[in-house]
Design a protein around this ligand. Sequence first.
Ligand SMILES: NC(=O)c1ccc[n+]([C@@H]2O[C@H](COP(=O)([O-])OP(=O)(O)OC[C@H]3O[C@@H](n4cnc5c(N)ncnc54)[C@H](O)[C@@H]3O)[C@@H](O)[C@H]2O)c1
Length: 331
Amino acid sequence: MRILVTGGAGFIGSHYVRTLLAGGYPGFEDAEVTVFDKLTYAGNLANLAAVADNPRYRFVQGDICSAEDLDAVLPGHDAVVHFAAESHVDRSITGAAGFVLTNVLGAQQVFESALRAEVGRVVHVSTDEVYGSIDEGSWTEDHILEPNSPYSASKAGSDLIARAYAKTYGMNISITRCSNNYGPYHFPEKVIPLFVTNLLDGHKVPLYGEGANVRDWLFVDDHCRGIQLVLEKGRPGEYYNIGGGRELSNRELTEKLLEATERDWSYVDHIVDPRGGGHDLRYSVDYSKTGELGYAPRMSFEDGLALTVQWYRDNRAWWEPLKAAAATARA
Ligand SMILES: NC(=O)c1ccc[n+]([C@@H]2O[C@H](COP(=O)([O-])OP(=O)(O)OC[C@H]3O[C@@H](n4cnc5c(N)ncnc54)[C@H](O)[C@@H]3O)[C@@H](O)[C@H]2O)c1
């Protein structure tokens, strides 16, 4: 089995690759893995250092928006797991065009190249943010799409393209939609790693408004197991929600991060939410359909958060250069 993983140098894709090559998915212990990644600011080969010497691993630098790049590497693979995307909502508000280009056109190029190469199985990794915001209850897969940010709109667009490739060309492609992830190797612009690293350094953290926004936080390993199950058992052209972590308001999350780093509320700056109507109040997915494939989250939020905070304590050499580069870019 040869699997091509786009975006495999990012946060979630690299977790999937490390787990796959460590034999974490039964039946796939012999899988050969090609990571295809442009190495944008979010892509980092340090995330793959643990597998760099594995003979079943290969890295190819390339752009999903380039048919030429894709066609040079895709033939001969049995499956594609498509993670590559621009993934930060705040960046999509100041630079929507790049999100449409990578997330919509890039996804279409991946599917088209996979079709040309007659790849037998494709999983498109998407997000629950395509559904918009929900005050009560949880979204099932047939809920209408009401994305509110350029990021979520571009992911919704790519989901529909994926479905169209299943319906029009008979491609064996399934789509996953997951809630917010956290865990090691999470780029320190996202809320949990940003807050943890700031607090470890004794710096303040920016909390939007009163922190009323509610998110379902899922440990990255649970997400990747869900993706693997969909790869193995998902039906063509169908959507699969992945979630079931812990629903927390940003205020509750901040409280837990302050506790974990032994800081108090004097380290919190309440700032105006720059995202306006693009910042959804609450997300919540019903993952019972994926549950029928055998999916259930395993990691409790308390254990996952403790493990994550400890990882950031132990791995300053990973995140300090990323924060320094971001600070230089802002200056
Ligand atoms: N982070 C979350 O909480 C979350 C939740 C649900 C779904 N998702 C989805 O999961 C996927 C991975 O998310 P992540 O948090 O790991 O993102 P990330 O930003 O950490 O990683 C994205 C990766 O894609 C690569 N990439 C970007 N543009 C590319 C291009 N044009 N060509 C090739 N590679 C390119 C980057 O170099 C990087 O390695 C995304 O599709 C995202 O929408 C993320």
